[in-house]
Design a protein around this ligand. Structure first.
Ligand code: TPP
Ligand code: MG
Length: 327
């Protein structure tokens, strides 16, 4: 880890909360995949495993009143923003006790009560959505900020230039978070992106831009804290590029012929945010093996309860689906 938690104003308790959130995202998703393989979780599955430190570090700098716009790879953003994992799991199972009544599935979840405005499958759309949320904050809710999570594929959409330019001119309280996991489906970032990175584009748009290790939760949090403070002061948007990696395929079932098994294994061995954080906590705040085992058990219990909650829900029928159509 490259940052000192005390210099960031974080306590031992804060570190435990961050570590638990990252663990919860991973455990939740690994269970979701297992139930997907049994046909109990349904829909398209794009997993966030490997990228947990990015959502956790960014959202730890936010409050429930701040807004987040997300992508197809949304579980990490939902959990880090504070969405309850029970109705989340129910949603993935298409049950009426899901956070959107079983109508959203994996990719279209929303939970405005905690500021999670929407996930969606249109690559780059979160950039436009969060810019709109930031305009709302500036006009009607000063002090709040809006975050756009998007991938390296999303960063190459035209919406990026249009929205970030506008936000810069209007000094909107927006934070643009590019999750550069090095692939957009099978397209490597080197083959699609000049320089291989995005953060330098910020300068041309007149806002601060930084590149951080997206697998190091303290590094992500440090950048987020600075960006959030700047936005709350009314000084305008910031851009954060998080260098990260997805451990699973683009979607469940992806044969991943575009990258080698060795590459994936190397990243799992050297860029596992859970291992990095545990090491930091052991060395800096006396985190013990007993505490670690208890934390893992509490996460496993929470996910097991979430699965049971989902399974107890009534599956949506075609008739139910139509009951809330507006037109
Ligand atoms: C506008 C649009 N174009 C193309 C697609 C098809 N598509 C779905 S996911 C994806 C790749 C997205 O890559 P990235 O933004 O890097 O996010 P990641 O999947 O790596 O998290 C593409 C091209 C889409 N959903 N929307
Ligand atoms: Mg990507």
């Amino acid at each position: 880890m490259s940052k000192d938690h005390k210099a960031l104003g974080l306590t031992r308790d804060d570190l435990i909360k961050m570590y638990r959130t990252m663990y919860l995202i991973r455990e939740f998703e690994e269970n979701a995949v297992a139930y997907f393989k049994q046909g109990i979780v349904i829909g398209n599955m794009h997993m966030y495993v490997g990228e947990e430190a990015t959502a956790t570090g960014i959202c730890y700098a936010l409050t429930k009143e701040d807004y987040v716009a997300s992508t197809h790879r949304c579980d990490g953003h939902l959990i880090a923003k504070g969405v309850d994992t029970k109705p989340m799991m129910a949603e993935l199972m298409g049950r009426e006790n899901g956070i959107c009544g079983g109508r959203a599935g994996k990719m279209h979840q929303s939970c405005p009560e905690v500021g999670f405005m929407a996930a969606n499958g249109v690559v780059g759309a979160s950039i436009s959505q969060a810019t709109g949320h930031a305009l709302y904050c500036q006009m009607y809710a000063p002090g709040r900020v809006a975050v756009a999570f998007f991938g390296d594929g999303g960063g190459n959409q035209g919406a990026f230039l249009e929205c970030v330019n506008m936000a810069s001119v209007w000094k909107l309280p927006a934070i643009y978070v590019c999750e550069n996991n090095h692939y957009a489906i099978s397209t490597s970032v080197e083959s699609s992106t000049a320089l291989g990175h995005f953060w330098q584009r910020a300068e041309g748009l007149g806002i601060p831009g930084v590149l951080v290790n997206g697998n190091d939760v303290l590094e992500v949090y440090a950048a987020a804290k600075e960006a959030v403070e700047r936005a709350r002061r009314g000084e305008g948007p910031s851009f954060i590029e998080c260098d990260t990696y997805r451990f699973r395929g683009h979607h469940e079932g992806d044969e991943q012929t575009y990258r080698s098994k060795e590459e994936v294994q190397y990243m799992k061995d050297h860029n596992n945010c859970l291992i990095t954080m545990k090491k930091y906590m052991t060395e800096n705040v006396g985190w013990t093996e007993e505490e670690d085992a208890a934390l893992i058990k509490s996460v496993q219990d929470q996910v097991a309860e979430s699965v049971a909650y989902g399974m107890a829900g009534k599956p949506m029928s075609a008739e139910d689906m139509e009951s809330k159509l507006f037109a």
